[in-house]
Design a binder for this molecule. Structure first.
Ligand SMILES: C[S@@+](CC[C@H](N)C(=O)[O-])C[C@H]1O[C@@H](n2cnc3c(N)ncnc32)[C@H](O)[C@@H]1O
Length: 282
């Protein structure tokens, strides 16, 4: 089902089209726009191709309750809704704004206002708020989370720590753009994110958690553009969950102090001196 939707996408230099819907590509924004009303869309074809590759492995994937972190202009919210047709899709964003007219028009023309809910002014680091959103808007049920919000380590981890325990077994938790620390456009010393902890750290911790037990994270798939974490069967209390408690590492060992090179370096002049003195004795 999902593969059919990917086939319907038409890519042009500055836009992606899906039937009568227009998604303006933010990465290729230009001043001579002639595409009329549109969603602004913060994804590129390469990323969407990776999603197509991933979901082609799951042709029957049909999440009932989805949560998206990071709405921006609603383009991705509509994209996910068209792709999966979930029973309920809730999307949150830290910005204090409202839905665009084009987004509202989409909800009305499709008659899906009751199925898609955007909630603005929600910080993904606010664990209580996210817990409340899932309880109130989704009956406590979560089959899929897509985090495309801050891309910073601390808030992304905070969301994961509260939402992943709420996911049902088999649910998918996606962290988008985790690899920014490895991309050239982020490498300048004066880049605004230069001092930020890279999101790679969280992905590494999640790999450690998979290695510790598959009861909690049953598996993980990592693409350049996103990481997919699959929920294992273990029940976990979302209110008190700390990822670090689910990672086992070997006890740190004291680094053995290697004396041999030091001893060799100290002894060399003495050995040379002895050899030199021996010459005079003979
Ligand atoms: C990259 S944009 C999302 C793009 C959108 N998903 C798309 O593909 O078109 C990131 C969004 O996350 C929001 N955001 C940033 N930090 C956030 C936070 N701490 N909590 C919630 N949303 C946040 C921003 O306001 C922005 O709208």
């Amino acid at each position: 089902m999902t593969s059919n939707m990917f086939k319907r996408l038409i890519w042009q230099s500055d836009r992606m089209l899906l039937d009568d819907l227009v998604f303006r590509l933010e990465h290729y924004r230009n001043n001579d726009w002639d595409g009329g009303e549109h969603f602004r869309f913060y994804k590129i074809k390469k990323l969407v191709d990776q999603y197509e590759a991933f979901f082609s492995r799951l042709p029957d994937w049909h999440p009932s309750h989805m949560l998206e972190l990071g709405i921006f202009d609603g383009g991705s919210t509509v994209f996910w809704h068209e792709l999966f047709q979930p029973h309920k899709l809730v999307a949150v964003d830290i910005k204090e704004r409202t839905d665009s007219p084009y987004f509202r028009q989409y909800l009305e023309s499709r008659g899906v206002a009751g199925k898609i809910k955007t909630i603005w002014n929600v910080n993904q680091a606010d664990k209580d708020r996210l817990h409340h959103v899932v309880a109130e808007e989704m009956n406590g049920r979560l089959d899929m989370v897509i985090d495309d919000a801050s891309h910073f380590y601390e808030p992304t981890k905070a969301s994961f720590e509260v939402l992943f325990p709420l996911c049902k077994p088999g649910a998918l938790y996606i962290i988008e753009d985790w690899a920014w620390d490895h991309w050239a456009e982020f490498s300048a010393a004066d880049h605004p994110w230069a001092e930020k902890t890279r999101l790679t750290q969280l992905v590494t911790e999640l790999v450690e958690a998979v290695g510790t037990s598959t009861d909690f994270i049953s598996n993980m798939t990592v693409f350049e553009g996103f990481a997919v974490i699959e929920r294992g069967p273990k029940r976990i209390d979302a209110k008190n969950f700390v990822l670090e408690d689910h990672i086992v590492r070997r006890p740190a060992r004291r680094k053995s102090f290697r004396l041999a090179p030091i001893r060799r370096a100290l002894m060399q002049p003495i050995v040379r001196l002895v050899k030199f003195l021996r010459k005079f004795r003979t």
